[in-house]
Design a protein around this ligand. Structure first.
Ligand SMILES: [Zn+2]
Length: 90
């Protein structure tokens, strides 16, 4: 039997490779809109971040999303992402 490979993606915060399921996806749709993709299934170019606030702080500081998508990212997107990650804080 073939071993099923877990798809890994790199977090743009800590730059670690992690299973896709553990990461939050941010996607740029065809019409250029940047949004959180909580289903992981939206079409478009994606960037990934670990599901924790620490990695968020890293990407916020470095504006890593701007770099990942090579464009200005609305502060709102960062805020949305932060709210989402905060939900998982314990
Ligand atoms: Zn990370």
């Amino acid at each position: 039997m073939k071993v099923r490979k877990i798809p890994l993606r790199q977090c743009i915060g800590c730059m670690e490779q992690k299973p896709k399921k553990e990461l939050i996806r941010i996607v740029k749709s065809k019409d250029g809109e940047i949004k959180l993709d909580l289903t992981g299934k939206a079409n478009g170019r994606g960037a990934y971040i670990c599901n924790n606030v620490e990695c968020f702080k890293k990407i916020e500081k470095r504006k890593a999303l701007n770099r990942a998508f090579q464009q200005e990212i609305d502060k709102e997107i960062y805020e949305q992402l932060y709210e989402e990650l905060k939900k998982n804080e314990k």
